[in-house]
Write a protein that binds this ligand. Sequence first.
Ligand code: ADP
Ligand code: ADP
Ligand code: ZN
Length: 213
Amino acid sequence: MKIVMLGAPGAGKGTQAKKIAESFGVPHISTGDIFRANIKNNTELGKKAKVYMDKGELVPDELVVDLIMDRFSEPDCSNGYVLDGYPRTIPQAEALDSALKANNDSLDFAVNVDVPDEEIISRMSGRRACLKCGATYHTSFNPPKEEGVCDKCGEALVQREDDKEETVKNRLGVYHEQTEPLEKYYAEAGLLHNVDGTKNMDEVFDSIKIIIG
Ligand code: ADP
Ligand code: ADP
Ligand code: ZN
C-alpha cells in the first residue's frame, strides 16, 4: 500500500501517518523527520536544509527528491509506505510518479487532512516534538504522561524552532502557494480523498480507515 498524506503544516499528517503505519505494517516516511535527524547529526544535507527550514521555506526539490529516492531503495519499502510531508510541490509529485511508473507501480491513495488556517496556529503553538524518536505531542490535545518528557524514549521534548508563530504564518503561505495545488493534481489522477481534520485524532483515523480499508 502506497499512501501520500496531504495537508497544511500542523494538520495532523504525522499523527495519522504513524497510526496508518502501525495498523497496516508499512513504514512512515517523513521528509521533515529525515531532515531534522540530519541537522541533529550535523551532516552536509542537514546544514543545507536548515537554512530553508528555519525560515519556513521549502528545501529545494533536487535535495528532497534525491533523499526520498534513496529512502525508497531500503528493504522496508517493499510493501509500500505512507509518505508524510512528501510531495510538497508539483515537481516532487511528478518525480514520484515517474519513479513509480519506471517500476510499473502506482500510488493507492492521497489523503488530504483538511484543517482551516485559524486552527493551525493554535495547534502549532502546542506541538512538542521528540527529536530522538520522532514522536509528537500536544500540550492540550495529546499531552505526554510526564510533562516535557517523551513517553516512548524518555528524551526531553522541545518546541520546534519553526513552530514559532511568525514562522508558522510563513509556512502556511508557502503551503497555499506551493503545496495546495497538489490537491487538484491528485484529484485529476482519481486518488484524492478529503478528511475533516478538525475532529479528534481517533475520529480522523476512523475516517481514514474507511477510505483505505
Ligand atoms: P510539518 O510537520 O509542519 O508539516 P515537516 O516536518 O513535514 O513539517 O517539515 C518541516 C520543514 O522541512 C518544512 O517547512 C520544509 O522546510 C522542510 N521539508 C520537509 N519536507 C519537505 C519537502 N518534501 N520539500 C521541501 N521541503 C521539505
Ligand atoms: P503535521 O504532521 O501535519 O505537521 P502533526 O501530526 O505533527 O501535524 O500535528 C500537529 C499538532 O497538532 C501536534 O501537536 C499534534 O499532537 C496535534 N494534533 C494532531 N491531530 C490533532 C487532532 N485531530 N486534534 C487536535 N490536535 C491534533
Ligand atoms: Zn522519543
